[in-house]
Design a binder for this molecule. Structure first.
Ligand SMILES: [Zn+2]
Length: 378
C-alpha cells in the first residue's frame, strides 16, 4: 500500500522488454501519473506506445538490444493531476504530483525526487525514468538538470513528445527550438565562447561542440537555403530557446520539432550515452583461459549486442611476446585457430563500434572493448 497518494498493481513493476542483465543495459522505467485504477488498461496501452515509438526511432532502433524497458504499476488514487490553468483550477492527489509549471501552461513537470522515490519503492532496476501523465492538457517537459522526462498522454504528438523528453532525460540533449526567451537582436550573428554544456547547442559558430561534423566547405554560420537538406550538418542560427547568438547543428531535428527525426549530432550523442551504460559484448566463449594441444582447432567468440559495424580485430601473441593480427573484419566475426607449437599463447579480440553515426574518433575509442584468453598449448 502507498502513502495515501497511490496504490500498487498486482506486481509493483513488469519488465516489458528484457534484453539482458541490467548491469549492461540502459534500463528505462516508465511510470504513470494521474491514472486511476480504472484507467490502468489505458496506462498499459500508453506505455506500449511509448516503447514502440522509442524503438522505432534512430539511433535507438539500431541499438535496441542495449535497452530494457520496465513499467512501474503505480496507481493514482484519483484520475488526473493538478491544473492551475483550468478555470476554476483543479487539484488532485496524483501519485507523483506532476503539474504544470508557473512558467507556461505547456510545461508539464514533476517532482523528480518523488518520482525516483516511487521507482525505488517499486524495486525496479532503472537508469532513467519517463513519466506518462494522464491529463487533458497537452504538454511535456524535463527540468533544466535533464533528469526525469514527463509528457501528457493527450499531447497531439504523444508518444513522440515522450521521445523528445527522452532526448533530454537520457541523451542529455537540449532544445533546439527558439521563442521561449526574449530574442536579443544585438547578438545576431555573434560568436561567443561556448559555455553551454550540451552536444547540440552552441553560443559559438566558430567552435561548436559538433565541429568534427563540419568540413571546410561549410559556411559558418550556415545560411539556410531552399536546397538545405534536413541531415546536412552546419551551424544554423537559433537554438536553446532564442533566435540570436545561439546555433544548432541542422535546420531541423526531434529536439526542435517532434515530427522530425534526431539530427546526426543528436544521434551521435545518443550513442555516446548508450555506451556510458553498456558495452559491445556481454560475455565471451570460452569464458575462461584454456589448455589445448598442438594442431587442435580452437574457436573463440564474443556475445556482442549487435554485429553490424562492430569492427573486430583478432590477434595472437606467442611465447616471445610477438603479436600477429590474424583476422580483421568490419562487422563482428568469431575466430578459430590451430596453435602451431607448444607454449603459452594469448588470444586477443578488440571490438570497436564503427557505426557511421559515430563520427568523433574519441567516441569510437570509447566503445572499444578488449577480450583476452591465455592459452596453454601442450
Ligand atoms: Zn539535433
Amino acid at each position: 500500500m502507498g502513502i495515501g497518494r497511490y496504490d500498487w498493481g498486482e506486481n509493483k513493476f513488469d519488465t516489458l522488454v528484457d534484453n539482458g542483465d541490467p548491469a549492461n543495459r540502459v534500463d528505462v522505467a516508465i511510470l504513470g501519473d494521474g491514472y486511476s485504477a480504472a484507467e490502468m488498461p489505458l496506462y498499459y496501452e500508453d506505455v506500449d506506445k511509448i516503447i514502440s515509438c522509442f524503438l522505432e526511432t534512430e539511433p535507438m532502433k539500431s541499438y535496441a538490444k542495449h535497452f530494457n524497458f520496465h513499467r512501474v504499476n503505480v496507481i493514482s488514487k484519483q484520475s488526473g493531476i493538478d491544473d492551475k490553468y483550468q478555470k476554476p483550477p483543479v487539484k488532485f492527489k496524483s501519485a507523483l504530483g506532476a503539474h504544470f509549471s508557473f512558467i507556461s501552461p505547456r510545461r508539464l513537470v514533476g517532482w523528480d525526487w518523488r518520482t525516483k522515490q516511487v521507482a525505488r519503492r517499486a524495486g525496479v532496476p532503472f537508469d532513467h525514468l519517463l513519466v506518462t501523465v494522464n491529463t487533458p492538457r497537452r504538454g511535456g517537459a524535463t527540468r533544466f538538470w535533464l533528469d526525469v522526462g514527463y509528457a501528457s498522454r493527450n499531447s497531439s504528438d504523444f508518444p513522440r513528445i515522450m521521445i523528445h523528453e527522452a532526448g533530454h532525460a537520457i541523451a542529455k540533449l537540449i532544445d533546439e527550438y527558439t521563442g521561449e526567451i526574449p530574442d536579443i537582436k544585438f547578438l545576431d550573428g555573434k560568436s561567443l565562447p561556448n559555455v553551454l554544456p550540451f552536444a547540440n547547442a552552441s553560443l559559438s559558430w566558430r567552435k561548436p561542440p559538433w565541429e568534427h561534423w563540419l568540413t571546410d566547405e561549410v559556411e559558418r554560420p550556415t545560411p539556410r537555403t531552399d536546397e538545405t537538406q534536413l541531415d546536412e550538418v552546419g551551424v544554423f542560427k537559433g537554438a536553446f530557446y532564442t533566435k540570436y547568438g545561439t546555433y544548432r547543428p541542422t535546420i531541423d531535428c526531434m529536439m526542435r520539432r517532434h515530427s522530425q527525426e534526431f539530427c546526426p549530432v543528436c544521434r551521435e550523442q545518443w550513442i555516446k550515452r548508450i555506451y556510458k551504460m553498456t558495452v559491445i559484448a556481454d560475455s565471451r566463449t570460452p569464458d575462461q583461459d584454456l589448455e589445448t594441444t598442438v594442431g587442435e582447432l580452437l574457436s573463440f567468440s564474443a556475445e556482442t549486442l549487435r554485429t553490424e559495424h562492430i569492427h573486430t580485430k583478432w590477434a595472437i601473441r606467442d611465447q616471445q611476446g610477438n603479436w600477429q593480427i590474424k583476422q580483421e573484419t568490419d562487422s563482428f566475426a568469431p575466430f578459430a585457430y590451430k596453435f602451431p607449437h607448444a607454449g603459452r599463447w594469448t588470444v586477443e579480440c578488440v571490438l570497436e563500434d564503427h557505426n557511421p553515426m559515430l563520427k568523433k574518433p574519441s567516441l569510437i575509442q570509447g566503445t572499444r572493448q578488449k577480450l583476452r584468453w591465455m592459452v596453454l598449448v601442450r
